[in-house]
Ligand binder design. Sequence first.
Ligand code: 13P
Ligand code: SF4
Length: 369
Amino acid sequence: MDIAVGLKAIEPGLQDYYQLPPETLDERIAGVKAKLSDRLLILGHNYQRDEVYKFADYKGDSLKLSQYAAQQTDREYIVFCGVKFMAETADILTTSDQKVILPDLAAGCSMADMADIENVETTWQEITSLIPESRITPITYINSSADLKAFCGEHGGLVCTSTNAEKIIRWAFDRREKILFFPDQHLGRNTCRRMGISLDEMILWDPAQPNGGNSAEAIRKARVLLWAGFCSVHQMFQPEHLAYFRKQVPDIKIIVHPECSMEVADSADLMGSTEYIIRTITAAPAGSRWAVGTELNLVNRLKRDNPDKEVFFLSPMVCMCSTMFRIDAPHLLWSLERLESGSIVNQIIVPEADRYWAKVALERMLELA
Ligand code: 13P
Ligand code: SF4
């Protein structure tokens, strides 16, 4: 768990913000935004709760937000309503004068935490003792820590998002014959299968086992090595949930995020990033019916914003990203009022040692995107 969770109790003054009624929080957030004006930019990921999402100057999926952050060279403060890997990405892509703030440092990503750099380095040694480095490209999903992005950049690899994974994997196969894909096995597997790569060309790499749990022969043979990470939110969607909707709701269309399992992705009608899901349902004809397999806050917003369509949440369980949910109106106001008073709290600073190569890995992606 992120060390910052343990520090929460000592964040000075934050508790007082929880005593404020919602209208006061709204008024004061709007007031600081107006005062800081062009010095401030608030970015909001599509999974954020409405109470903070409504204050974002720019909203979107990981790709859109990283592209936008890279263009905002004149904003002094970038307050990121999202999770830590997104704020780190913004810090890497902005100038050294700009400050990126994550309103709650405990807003991490459990999937990103599944690929720590020590295990990655050990894996690389194991693989490159069997295969020359020049034959394999490391690719990391943007849902990863800055040190893993730096590792990929330094070893000729790059970053991808849920929007551009296929393009990035094609780029890698144009250069080298194998890929090592971190940390989400599902995004890697679902994308490669849609590109026509069969399951027997892929192996799963479990970092807890020697050689990832694979024989030397299997490692030499595989084209795709998938790190055994996953998203705990998206793994809650199950094939029986799709079967239920197909049976109960005539003409239902099922759309899911590529972090869902292969069985779910295979039975869905459509698959794509959060931005793709929003665009598709917004553009769908009135009266159409949709079951959506992604985070609950986003699906609830889709329901509200599309009253002419029927939008269902794909799982009977509550699949919420609990770390995204940590960014609430009290944290947002607290961090903004600290900025206004000249003290910066929760600044995300990527260490110099990781910054250069992580930027290379991100820029390779942005050039292709
Ligand atoms: P998107 O880039 O599709 O918004 O996904 C980010 C994410 O964390 C999904 O779990
Ligand atoms: Fe990470 Fe999953 Fe939350 Fe996305 S939904 S930020 S992958 S834990």
